[in-house]
Each structure stands twice: as structure tokens, then as C-alpha cells.
Ligand binder design. Sequence first.
Ligand code: MN
Length: 450
Amino acid sequence: MTVLRSGSASDVGRVRTVNEDRALESPTLFAVADGMGGHAGGEVAASITIEALQAAFVRTPTPDGLVAAVEEANRAVWERGVGDQALRGMGTTVTAAGLVVTPDGDRLLLVNVGDSRAYRLHAGVLDQLSVDHSVAEELVAQGALSEEEAAVHPKRHILTRALGISPHVEVDLWEVVPVEGDRYLLCSDGLSNEVTADVLARVLSSERDPRTAAETLVGLANDFGGNDNITAVVVDVLVGEGTGDTTAAGAAATAVAVAEDLTGAVDATDARTDVPPASPPSGHAAAAGNGAVGVVTAPASRPGPVAATVEEAPTRRKGPRRITFRVLLFLILLGGLAYGAWYVIKVYVGDSYFVGLEKDQLVIYQGRPGGFLGLNPKIVTHTGVTTAQVGSIVVPALRAGVQEPTRTAANKYVAGLVAAQCSLENPPPTCAATTTTTSTVPVTTTPGGL
Ligand code: MN
């Protein structure tokens, strides 16, 4: 039984006129959404996300359920944006923590899309658990940029993933053990950009009340500039699972359990094969003493039983093998199954479409991104739309391939991207011509491609 207590604070900051951040505190679900987009877009995107997320998670409070809830929220924002001229191009980040009951005990699930963050304070040490989906962070991941350079990189605010910019979204998920005394912080970039991790850690370590802690952090972000909306949700684990293991310790515990299993196997082997006692006890001691070493050493004592099995095997094969009726029937069934599987795969691949890029032009492929079992995707439509006409934020997604259920849906998606970009405050110069481009998308369709 896990007991959580939370507190939050949100502020418009010192520069912006509207607060487009939204926070959620419920008994088992906590979230921060940082909306973006002209007019009321950002607020609407963040609000829709929080509502849809909560409604879906209440229905299915499981790890898969939480990921599905984020996908549902994404759909809701996307559909609203496509359907409403004034809201086109809106999007939002989301970082959430949900408490679920699993067969192994209670777990805290963290999900993230965008550059809002999830931190954990454990024994006075603050760790960032989430990974930002920003251009700068991706450069760090590729080794092209250091963390310090990323913090001041001009493209640090450009997101590579957000909710509402495509009908599909990729969600990052982490599962952690809620340990008594641990404290979690969910926050928008308006906090993490202004307040260093050291200061975050100091405040979170010293302010006992979660709400006071959140308010103090938001106040500091304002003191340091308040250049963006600022939101913080602080979640305390009052009563937790286990004995004070962190996730890392939890992983170690798993490793130990594995080692014990192997040790058990070695012991059982001893009884069966009468291996001289000299080597197994040393393996046993290593396994008991250190999980990691145990995992490595234990297999070394395994050749015993394996060799025994190999020796036994030939003696069982007596008499020549003949193809009986049953074997024939089995082969026929196997052939049928193989044909069935091939047919299903062919339909699966042939019935799939995705929007991708050919150089800088958006094209519609039939098949699966990257191909599937040797069946390569083929271009069925050159849309005539270039990456300059759509938001730079969707380009990485297009490069990977945005899947759509039908070719019509794929065409609609492309038209929606162009329309969204043209409804921005500073539309690209191509927009004057875009109205015609968009309407001719289905017409320029050339079946068979190229
Ligand atoms: Mn922000």
C-alpha cells in the first residue's frame, strides 16, 4: 500500500501574459502540461491533455493504460487542432506520474513527451529521470554537444516531440518503485531553465511541505527571470513499497534473485550429478556474496548438467526414423500455417501507409517504415509539399515515417500539416500558394508512384 501526498504551484512568470501551463494533482495521477501555439491554442492543448489523460487513466490504471492515455490525449489535441481554424498548430508537452498496482507491488509510472521534466529526490540526491525531446538534447545524445553547451544552445527550446502535432505520438515510459521518503518533482521548462539542479535539490531537501516546496521553486524561477510560464508539482511518498530500495537497488535485487535461482540450479545439479564439491561451493559463495558476480560465475558451473543431457540423448534414439502418416499430416499443417502467415503479412504490409520524406518532399508510402520481412515500402503519392511548408517540429517524425490507416488519411494528414503551418502568426511565404497545393494533393496522386 503506497500513500502519496502532493502540492503544486503554477505562475505566468514575468514576461508572458497568459499561463499556458497546466498541472494535475489527483490521488494517483500527477501531471504537468506546457502548451504552445498562437491565440488560445497553448491553453486549450494543455487543458485537453490533462482532462483526456485523467479520464483514460482512471479507466485503465496500468502501465499500458497510461501510455494509451497519453496517446488518447494526443489524438484529442490533434483532432481539435485540425477541426478548429483558430487552434491550428497548437501542441503541448506532457510529463506525468501515475500510481498503479502490479503483481510485484505498487509502481510509479512516469511518462514523458516534450521537455517538461520528472526528477526524483532520493536520500538527498536529485536525479532527472525523464529525457527531453528537444533538438539540443538529441545533439547531446549523439555526442555532438555537451550538457553545458545544450543549456545555452539556441535550439534548446525546439521540441522534437509534442502532443497534438500528429495523430501519432511516441511516449517514453519509466517504471519506478515508490520508496518511502522519496520525493518527485514534475515541472515545466519555465522552472528547469531558470533554476539549476543544485538549487532544485536544496529546496526539495529543505522544504517539508510539498506545496510550500512547489511555491518556493516557482518563486525562485521568477526571481531568476521568469521568462516563461512556471509550473511545479511535488509528490511525496509517505508510505512506500519495500525497504528503501531505489530503482537501481531494485534492479540489483532482481539480479540477486537471478543469482539465487542459478545457485538453486547448481545445488540441484550437485544432488543429481555428484559433481566433486570443490567448484560448486565457490560458485555458490560468489552468487550469494554479490549478485552481479553470481550471475557471471554460476553459468560456469553449468556444463555439468548440460553434458549429462548430451550424453543421455543418443541412447534414446533407437531404430530408424520413418515418415509416418502423422508426420506427413504435421508437415501439411506446417505448410498451411506458413502460407497463412505469409498471406497475413502481405495484407498487413499492403494495407499500411505512411507519410515520409523523399529528399525534402513529403511522399506517401505503401508498406511499413523501414520495410517488413523484405517487403520494402513503395511511394504511391508525391504530394508536392516540401518540408519548408510544414512545421520544422514534425520533420523528425516524417523522417521516421508517420503511419496512417489509409491513403486518404495520409493525404489528409499532409493537408492538415500545411494548413496548421499557414494558420500560424508568421506563416511561411509558401502559404499564399498553399491553398491550391493543399486542395490538389489528392489530384496529384499518381498510383504506383515515381
Ligand atoms: Mn514552457
